[in-house]
Design a protein around this ligand. Structure first.
Ligand code: GDD
Ligand code: MG
Length: 363
């Protein structure tokens, strides 16, 4: 069965600001590689070669990185939305490129889901589509999906108020759909697949099936989840070809380091003073430098972050180009946007978000 994939990457990543002022959410790095590249690898592994990226917010960063996809052995088509068309509108917008059954992937989901087994499931079940579901403790921030014993979906309730959730099975953001679903989506306006298309398909008696798995699954939409994703990859809970311990091209340099506490992951060219403490659960991007007696714990530093002597960083996300002055303290839950400078000795409260929106959002 020839299957294409549409990856929805048009969201503004509001909950990840200020990181997403400088980097669109799909390009936010997981272990130093843009998240979307991880998704592309998963598609490639499932023998999918034809991918449509439905983008809108800061698309140029995405186009610059992936180009036409030939570098990955894939064929990438871009559809750039002038104004956001919503999760179904984005699919309708690429109708002319869709030739048969297709996957739709929310672009911010980290999961070990095997797309091939989902394809087999849909092939056996038939119907207009299959939705990947996962069980969670708190379903209220997600789409709740109710189905009968045969797996046929009977209700889709997007983000129900807490206490009113009809089930603990949620929409995990991967669908395999038949082309016929496009007939249910009106053209020329924003449409939500969760709030309009799925409920309508159910109301019209179309057969949608639940593909519930116990896979690793995380929506990367919020800073806590972004850090949790790194912890889970570093511990092996999320399988991503990283061994626990000291990883990355920087392992050679950091193996003998007296104060490195695994697991950590570092780029090849990081410079870490011998008296600095790194880890556990730390990721250092290209060009990072950590000064004498500084400490970095449970944090992800993007590229070219300079940490001054004696500074302490805990449970924080630090975007590229940031300078942290000597003896500054970046407390847990802090998110520091691109190119911010933190003065020597500054004390940041827990949960500080620093970084202004650019005057003009590029491309
Ligand atoms: N092209 C395009 N256009 N993409 C969009 C648009 C749009 O107008 N709006 C959102 N997206 C993309 C986002 O970039 C993201 O990858 C995906 O669609 C889902 O949007 P989110 O904003 O992250 O939605 P959510 O996390 O609140 O909820 C969705 O995901 C949950 C699972 O993570 C829903 O699908 C829920 O039902 C689901 O449970
Ligand atoms: Mg999301």
């Amino acid at each position: 069965m020839f299957v294409q994939a549409i990856v929805l990457v048009g969201g503004e990543g509001t909950r990840l600001r200020p990181l997403t002022y400088g980097t669109p959410k799909p390009m936010v790095p997981i272990l130093n590689v843009p998240f979307l590249a991880r998704t592309m690898e998963r598609l490639y592994a499932a023998e999918i070669r034809d991918v449509i990226l439905a983008a809108g917010y800061m698309p140029q960063a995405i186009v610059d990185y992936f180009g036409d996809g030939s570098g990955l052995g894939m064929n990438i088509t871009y559809a750039i939305e002038e104004t956001p068309l919503g999760t179904a509108g984005a699919i309708k917008n690429v109708e002319r490129h869709i030739t048969g059954p297709f996957f739709v992937l929310n672009g911010d989901v980290l999961t070990s889901l095997d797309l091939r087994s989902m394809r087999e499931f849909h092939h056996e079940k038939g119907g207009i589509g299959a939705l990947h579901l996962i069980r969670v403790e708190d379903p209220s921030p997600f789409g709740c999906v109710v189905h009968d014993d045969a797996g046929r979906i009977t209700a889709f309730v997007e983000k129900p108020p807490k206490g009113t959730e009809p089930t603990d099975e949620i929409n995990a953001g991967t669908y395999l759909l038949e082309r016929d679903i496009l007939d249910l989506i009106p053209a020329g306006r924003a449409v939500s697949i969760e709030r309009e298309t799925f409920p309508q398909a159910i109301a019209e008696g179309k057969a949608l099936y639940a593909f519930t798995t116990a896979d690793y699954w995380l929506d990367l939409g919020r800073p806590e989840q972004y850090l949790a994703a790194h912890r889970d990859v570093l511990s092996g809970a999320m399988p991503l070809a990283v061994e626990p311990g000291i990883n990355g091209a920087g392992r050679e340099a950091l193996f003998g380091h007296p104060r490195v506490v695994p697991p950590i992951f570092a780029a090849a060219d990081v410079v870490v003073d011998a008296s600095a403490t790194i880890g556990p659960n730390v990721v250092l991007g290209r060009g990072c430098s950590i000064g004498a007696a500084a400490a970095v714990r449970e944090s992800v530093l993007w590229e070219h972050v300079s940490v001054g002597a004696g500074a302490i960083i805990e449970e924080a996300i630090v975007a590229s180009g940031v300078t942290i002055g000597a003896n500054a303290r970046v407390a847990h839950g802090s998110v520091i946007g691109h190119d911010v400078t933190i003065d020597p000795g500054a004390i940041l409260e827990p949960g500080t978000r620093l970084g202004a929106p650019p005057e003009r959002i590029p491309g």
